[in-house]
Design a protein around this ligand. Structure first.
Ligand code: PFF
Length: 490
């Protein structure tokens, strides 16, 4: 039978796993949520949840993957009769996230090109697009963004380019594609981020951005948000953010874990992934928030519009050096998005490739990578056509209902189902599966292979049975509440 090839080095694995975790969520989600939910207080709550929940689910997923040596579907199938359908939930989540992630990844590529255009004073640059539109009543960022999303054809082309890049990397396999790209891309992202931070933090007025992020109560006192959220809301916001950001609850870490060598230390790797992801989220904040407060104080504070409208305004007002920082910034966002999207596609591809190999059909990575990319591409086209709800085909418009969190655009719809329901539910059920159905010993054993020690064994055992599931229920309720506006939390 064909051999199942894994990561060549632990560094390669780490970069791939961190690459999966570091993504768009770190850049537009974390800094804004931290600022709006109490600054340092939010950070502390986030870190506590990362230890009590993120670490437990991360170790659990890596262990399930490595023990079975299989993708999410076959891994649960091999371990539990009752939970054998769970892997399919992961595949569904991966598809749902890919639909909008690829569309946004395409936007990022377009923004690199817009800034290249500005650098050379070319007709395809953001400045030229703004001048051609002739509408000076709106900011450059607004006009350029509306022009781009309004021309669905262009958004589709860039979305599909992003899908094809993702597919080509996954086609190369774990060692040949994913590991190679992430081992270079992640350190490069880190350096680019450092350069952008230095520029952002030395701008006049940058300090307001730092205060927004770190000083509790500053956002309310300065009228950025109307009132401080209550404790439960902060808890569920931090939990939801942590979850999506760490790529948990949908089989990504099971899949990457399945390619990890038995001699590697799972506990150490899980901790490193969490530390690095949180560090990049904080660094993204140090880059985005000071720049936004210094150069576009009336701009958006979170979400895709922060990334594509406000940040483009920031580069516009930087003068001659603006396009260079624009290229650097959007390129680093492209890297972050690609290293996440390849892990999403790999969740799907690994399952079908393993299945074919087990059935003696040989290595089918190529056809399955292409098929999965086509499937992801089809609904990515829908998200691009929709243009964040600007083009009249949002779910609310089609169903003729009042627009709300899940229905005001297709991006939000797919995000609500994946991030709001499937991922937190997936993690909750995984804890129940390990804690109650299989018993935590299965993870303890996996962590102690080849002379490794599992120092947090007692902590893990208590958390996975009691503490993590309880917190997960709260996070799930918080996610359902915020995505579907149920009014459970004020
Ligand atoms: N962690 C990614 C982010 O923060 O943007 C999103 C993500 C990627 C979730 C990969 C799940 C996943 F499998």
């Amino acid at each position: 039978m064909e051999e199942r090839k894994g990561f060549g080095t632990n560094f390669g694995f780490l970069m791939a796993a961190v690459g999966s975790a570091v993504g768009l969520g770190n850049i537009w989600g974390f800094p804004n949520k931290m600022g709006a939910s109490g600054g340092f207080t939010f950070l502390i709550i986030y870190l506590i949840l990362a230890v009590l929940c993120g670490f437990i689910v991360m170790v659990g997923e890596l262990a399930i993957g490595r023990k079975t040596g299989k993708g999410a579907v076959a891994a649960y199938h091999a371990l539990s009769k009752k939970f054998k359908w769970m892997g399919w939930m992961g595949i569904l989540s991966a598809f749902f996230i890919l639909f909008f992630y690829c569309a946004l990844g395409g936007y990022c590529i377009k923004y690199v090109i817009l800034n290249v255009g500005d650098l050379f004073g070319a007709g395809f640059g953001a400045e030229a697009v703004y001048a051609a539109a002739g509408d000076t009543s709106k900011s450059l960022g607004d006009v350029v963004f509306n022009t781009f999303v309004g021309s669905s054809g262009e958004a589709i082309i860039f979305g599909l380019i992003f899908v094809v890049i993702t597919m080509l990397i996954v086609l190369g396999g774990i060692g040949g594609g994913i590991e190679k790209v992430c081992s270079v891309g992640m350190p490069a992202l880190f350096v680019m981020l450092l350069i952008c931070i230095v520029r952002a933090c030395t701008l006049d007025g940058a300090v307001a951005g730092l205060k927004y992020m770190f000083v509790p109560g500053w956002a309310v006192e300065n009228g950025i948000i109307a009132e401080a959220p209550d404790f439960l809301t902060v808890l569920s916001t931090a939990g939801g953010q942590m979850f999506f950001s760490l790529s948990l609850g949908m089989g990504a870490m099971i899949t990457y874990g399945s390619y990890l060598h038995k001699k590697e230390n799972l506990q150490k790797n899980a901790l490193l992934i969490i530390i690095m992801d949180t560090m990049v989220a904080l660094m993204a904040g140090l880059c985005v928030m000071p720049a936004r407060f210094a150069l576009d104080p009336a701009g958006n504070i979170g979400g895709p519009k922060l990334l594509f409208i406000t940040m483009q305004n920031v580069f516009h007002s930087m003068g001659t050096l603006g396009p260079i920082f624009g290229i650097l910034f959007y390129l680093l966002v492209v890297f972050a998005a690609i290293s996440s999207s390849i892990s999403l596609l790999e969740v799907i591809v690994a399952h079908f490739v393993d299945d074919a190999r087990d059935a003696g059909k040989g290595d089918k990575r190529k056809p399955y990578s292409i098929l999965a990319a086509i499937a992801a591409g089809v609904l990515c086209v829908l998200v691009c056509l929709d243009g964040l709800g600007e083009n009249g085909i949002a779910p609310a418009t089609l169903l003729n209902i009042e627009a709300s969190g899940w229905s005001d655009c297709w991006l939000d719809f797919f995000d609500c189902v994946a991030e709001g329901i499937l991922m937190p539910l997936g993690a909750l059920l995984m804890c129940i599966c390990i804690g109650w159905e299989l018993g935590p010993q299965i993870v303890d054993d996996e962590c102690c292979l080849e002379g490794n020690r599992f120092k947090s064994k007692a902590f893990f055992n208590v958390c996975v049975k009691y503490i993590t599931p309880i917190i997960m229920i709260l996070i799930l309720a918080g996610q359902l509440d915020s995505f579907f506006g149920l009014g459970w939390f004020s």
